[in-house]
Design a protein around this ligand. Structure first.
Ligand SMILES: [Zn+2]
Length: 260
């Protein structure tokens, strides 16, 4: 999320100013708060913005407030007096709060966040984007019709393979397979599940459906060429699945012996 980084950068540079030093301990939680606002508002842009802006109250130590005649409160559990005391609260008239307010209410950011509400699962979106790149490589140019068809193929591929549908691969001894990867952001090693290879069954299903439709006598075509018979498969296209190599060799040898 580019705007999340942008927002963080803004806060970091503001907190470097002497008058805004109190901002520094908040930066990490503000970044987390943005992520929480996006992922918890169930695709509702108004709710997302309301949740995001609530940090303006929270940072001053106000956890219940009124807005347009409605009472709102933070989603976190009640803070103990000790927790409340340990937080570096900002005074509403401080330069730090002013800089914070500007970063939170940045018009471009609010617009981006509103857009973000449309995507409930950003992780999934990134996964789809990678599939899309497989069908529409960025370096190549496609005509509109081709681009449309390629995007559809990417959607079908994604639907067939996205993680909730894919089984996790297993080791020879039957354990679930993981890759241990280093996360640059958290600087920690984590285990990532390894999924079974992707499948593209949808392609065969689609070709079958096309042929079935073509053979359906109740479907009439405007194109006169459509009266032509469905062409037979070329002789070099196998219509039975490939047999085992050893069986073929054995079969050839025995026939050779029989006719000899
Ligand atoms: Zn709060």
């Amino acid at each position: 999320m580019a705007y999340r980084k942008r927002n963080k950068k803004k806060l970091v540079s503001a907190s470097n100013r002497k008058t805004c030093m109190d901002l520094a301990p908040w930066i990490k939680s503000v970044s987390n708060h943005m992520w929480w606002s996006c992922s918890s508002s169930k695709g509702d842009p108004k709710e997302l913005l309301r949740r995001w802006k609530s940090i303006l109250h929270h940072i001053c130590g106000v956890h219940r407030w009124e807005e347009g005649g409605m009472e709102y409160k933070c989603y976190h559990t009640e803070l103990t007096a000790d927790e409340q005391r340990r937080k570096r609260l900002l005074a509403k008239d401080s330069p730090a709060y002013k800089a914070f307010y500007e970063a939170v209410m940045n018009a471009r950011l609010l617009k981006d966040l509103e857009q973000m509400a449309l995507f409930k699962h950003t992780g999934e979106l990134e996964v789809f984007h990678n599939v899309l790149l497989k069908y529409c490589p960025k370096r190549l140019h496609f005509e509109y019709a081709s681009m449309q068809a390629r995007t559809m193929l990417a959607v079908m591929d994604h639907n067939e393979n996205h993680n909730t549908q894919r089984e996790q691969a297993k080791t020879a001894s039957g354990l679930q397979r993981h890759d241990v990867v280093f996360q640059r952001q958290s600087k920690q090693w984590t285990a990532r599940p390894v999924y079974k290879e992707t499948t593209q069954t949808f392609r065969n299903n689609m070709m079958d459906a096309v042929i079935q439709r073509r053979l359906d006598p109740s479907v009439k075509y405007k194109d006169p060429l459509s009266h032509m018979k469905v062409p037979l498969l070329a002789a070099n296209i196998a219509r039975v699945s490939k047999p085992n190599k050893e069986d073929v060799i054995a079969g050839h040898t025995s026939r050779f012996t029989a006719t000899d």
